[in-house]
Design a binder for this molecule. Structure first.
Ligand code: SF4
Ligand code: F3S
Length: 106
């Protein structure tokens, strides 16, 4: 499955959502995750994300590996998002911040 990583936090541009053929994105207050049970590895979402937050599970960088379990966990709690919407306020500012896992809201 594909995995949403730290770069998405407090940005949530949602361009990824529009291209997913199986609607497997799930939405939290300031982050999206991919439901690993539903993702068909089509790769389409990767190029859509302006902050390059999405990786194939095997290619997730070492410092982002915890997001694999986090996508699985949060996808069971959060609801589907199937259409693009406006990014969060200050998304462009947060896009420049690297270390922001402590900002994740559940
Ligand atoms: Fe959806 Fe394809 Fe991205 Fe998986 S890889 S989340 S199926 S767009
Ligand atoms: Fe997040 Fe990128 Fe999608 S910022 S909402 S993974 S387009």
């Amino acid at each position: 499955a594909y995995v949403v990583t730290e770069a998405c936090i407090r940005c949530k541009y949602t361009d990824c959502v529009d291209v997913c053929p199986v609607d497997c994105f799930r939405e939290g207050p300031n982050f999206l995750v991919i439901d690993p049970e539903e993702c068909i590895d089509c790769t389409l979402c990767v190029a859509e994300c302006p902050v390059e937050a999405i990786y194939a599970e095997d290619d997730v960088p070492d410092d982002q590996r915890r997001f694999i379990a986090l996508n699985a966990e949060l996808s069971r709690e959060w609801k589907a998002i199937v259409e693009r919407k406006e990014p969060l306020p200050d998304a462009d500012e947060w896009a420049k911040v690297k270390d922001k896992l402590d900002q994740l809201e559940r």
